[in-house]
Design a protein around this ligand. Structure first.
Ligand code: ADP
Length: 472
C-alpha cells in the first residue's frame, strides 16, 4: 500500500542519513585528531575544550590508607570508601577494597539551588561515615576525599576548579563560574564533617586512574552512559595553549569534553537537528546527542512519530509519541534485543510507553530496525572517536599525524583504553557495533593490540586513588 511505502521511505532516508561507512568514519577519526590539536593550541580553538586536569601522575599501586569518593554525574549519586594496601591489613600492592552506595539523584535537586544540592551530597557522606561503626583505625584522622564531578570544569589545581556549564539535564543557577570543590567543602563544614576535598576529578579521569593502576599501558578512558566523554594522557609539550607547565612526568591528563565534538563529517539527520533545537542547550554537545544514553531513545521516538504522521501504521497518531524523552534508552535496547519470533517485547513496550495497542508484526519489525540504525550509528561514531584519540597520540598504527614513520617499520604498542558507563556495559548490540567498527577502521592487525577494558565504579574508585596520590 502507498502508506506503507511511505514508512519504508522514512526508514530508508534514516539509513542514508545515518551512513557510517568506514570511509566516513575515517574522516571522523581525522576530524577528531585535528580538533584535539586545535583545542590544545589555543583557548577556544575548538569545540573540544581539552581541559587541563593537573593530574600529572597516575596512581602507581603503592598508595596506602582509607579514602573516600563522592560521585555526581548522571542518574545515580554514589558514595565510596576505598581501602588501599596498608600494614594493618592483608591487602597488598595494587589491591583495592571498596564499598559503594548509590542512590538516584532526586529530580528536583538537578534544577534547584547549589546549597540544596551540596547539602544533599554532604548528608549522604555523613550517613555513610556514621554507618562505619566504631571505625577505630581511622576515626582519629581527618579524612581525605575525592570528588568525581562529571561536568566541564576549568581546573585551577588538582583540587579546585570552576564549573563551565551544566550538561545532561542539570541546570542550577548561580553555579556556573563557581569553585565546585569549595561549594562541597563548605557543605561538609556545615554538616560538621572533618573531611578535606583533596581532588576534584572528572569521571573520565577517575576511570583512567583506576585503569592505569591495574594496567600501566592504559592511555585513555571513555565513558558512555547518560552522557559521553573521554580523557587521555598527553605530553606536556603538546599542550601549547598553556606554556610553562611543569610536571615531573612530562605528561598530564587532558579532559577532552568530547561530547561537544563537532564535525561536518558527522552523519546528521533531521531528527538530530530537531532534538538539538528543542533541547535546553542547542548547538551544544552535538557528539553526545548522537551517541549517549540520554538521547538515543528520543531519536527513535522522533523517527517513529514521523512514520506515524506519514502513514497510519499505528492508526490515529498516538499522542504519547509526541512526549519528549518518554522512551528511555534501556527500553529502546529491550526492543532492539527482542528475539522472540512475534516480537512480543516490542509490542509490550509500545503499548506500555506509547499506549499503542495491537501493533502489527510488520510495524514491530520496522521499530526494531529503527533502534538498530540509531544504535549502530552511535556505536560506530564512538569507535571513530576512540581511534581519533589513538591517532593523536600515535597509537593507531599509522604513525600519528605528526610522526613520519612508515607503516611497515612501525611497531604497534599494546594499548589499553579504560571504558565504562551503562550504555556500553548494558547494551550488548551497541557494544558489538563499537567493537566491529574499531576493527574496521584500524584493521585487524592493529586492532588486536588495542584492548578496551571495562571498569565498574572505576571513576569513583579511581577518584579515591587520586585523593590518595594528592593527599596532604
Ligand atoms: P551515569 O548516569 O552516571 O552516566 P551509567 O554509566 O550507569 O550512569 O549510565 C546510565 C545510562 O546508561 C542510562 O541513562 C541509560 O541511558 C544507559 N543504560 C543503562 N542501562 C541500559 C541498558 N540496559 N540498555 C541501554 N542503555 C542503558
Amino acid at each position: 500500500r502507498k502508506k506503507w511505502r511511505k514508512v519504508v521511505n522514512v526508514l530508508r532516508e534514516l539509513e542514508e542519513g545515518c551512513d557510517t561507512r568506514v570511509e566516513r568514519l575515517k574522516q571522523v577519526v581525522d576530524a577528531m585528531a585535528v580538533e584535539m590539536h586545535a583545542g590544545l593550541a589555543s583557548e577556544g580553538g575548538s569545540k573540544l575544550k581539552m581541559l587541563l586536569t593537573f593530574v600529572d601522575n597516575l596512581p602507581s599501586g603503592t598508595e596506602r590508607g582509607t579514602y573516600y569518593a563522592l560521585h555526581l554525574g548522571g542518574t545515580n549519586f554514589r558514595v565510596l570508601r576505598v581501602r588501599l594496601g596498608g600494614q594493618q591489613s592483608s591487602i597488598s600492592d595494587h589491591e583495592v577494597e571498596h564499598e559503594v552506595e548509590r542512590q538516584p539523584i532526586p529530580q528536583h535537586l538537578m534544577t534547584s539551588t547549589s546549597e540544596d544540592l551540596f547539602d544533599f551530597i554532604a548528608s549522604s557522606l555523613k550517613e555513610f561515615i556514621a554507618k562505619e561503626g566504631d571505625g577505630s583505625e581511622i576515626s582519629s584522622d581527618r579524612r581525605e576525599l575525592g570528588f568525581t564531578f562529571s561536568f566541564p570544569v576549568k581546573q585551577k589545581s588538582v583540587s579546585s576548579g570552576i564549573l563551565i556549564k551544566w550538561t545532561k539535564g542539570f541546570s542550577i543557577v548561580n553555579m556556573v563560574g563557581r569553585d565546585v570543590a569549595a561549594c562541597l567543602q563548605d557543605a561538609l563544614k556545615r554538616k560538621g564533617l572533618d573531611v578535606r576535598v583533596a581532588a576534584l576529578v572528572n569521571d573520565t579521569v577517575g576511570t583512567l586512574a583506576l585503569g592505569h593502576y591495574h594496567d600501566a599501558d592504559t592511555v585513555a578512558a571513555i565513558i558512555i552512559g547518560t552522557g559521553t566523554n573521554a580523557c587521555y594522557l598527553e605530553r606536556i609539550d603538546s599542550i601549547i595553549k598553556c606554556q610553562g607547565l611543569l610536571t615531573t612526568s612530562g605528561r598530564m591528563v587532558v579532559n577532552m569534553e568530547w561530547g561537544n565534538f563537532w564535525s561536518s563529517h558527522l552523519p546528521r539527520t533531521v531528527y538530530d537537528i530537531d532534538l538539538d533545537a528543542e533541547s535546553p542547550n542547542p548547538n551544544d554537545q552535538g557528539f553526545e546527542k548522537m551517541i549517549s544514553g540520554m538521547y538515543l531513545g528520543d531519536i527513535v521516538r522522533r523517527v517513529i512519530l514521523r512514520m506515524s504522521l506519514e502513514s497510519d501504521m499505528f492508526g490515529p497518531i498516538p499522542p504519547k509519541l509526541s512526549d519528549p524523552f518518554i522512551l528511555r534508552t534501556p527500553l529502546m535496547a529491550a526492543m532492539h534485543d527482542d528475539d522472540s519470533p512475534d516480537l512480543r517485547e516490542v509490542a509490550r513496550i509500545l503499548k506500555d510507553i506509547f499506549e499503542i495497542p495491537d501493533v502489527p508484526l510488520k510495524a514491530r519489525k520496522i521499530v526494531v530496525k529503527v533502534c538498530d540504525v540509531v544504535t549502530r550509528r552511535a556505536g560506530r561514531l564512538a569507535a571513530a572517536g576512540i581511534v581519533g584519540i589513538l591517532k593523536k597520540i600515535g597509537r593507531d598504527g599509522s604513525g600519528g599525524i605528526t610522526g613520519g614513520r612508515n607503516r611497515s617499520d612501525m611497531k604497534m604498542k599494546r594499548t589499553v583504553v579504560a571504558i565504562e558507563g551503562g550504555l556500553y556495559s548494558s547494551y550488548t548490540l551497541f557494544r558489538e557495533y563499537l567493537h566491529e567498527a574499531l576493527e574496521e577502521i584500524m584493521g585487524e592487525d592493529i586492532a588486536k593490540h588495542v584492548i578496551l577494558r571495562v571498569t565498574e565504579d572505576g571513576s569513583g574508585i579511581g577518584t579515591a586513588l587520586l585523593a590518595a596520590s594528592y593527599s596532604s
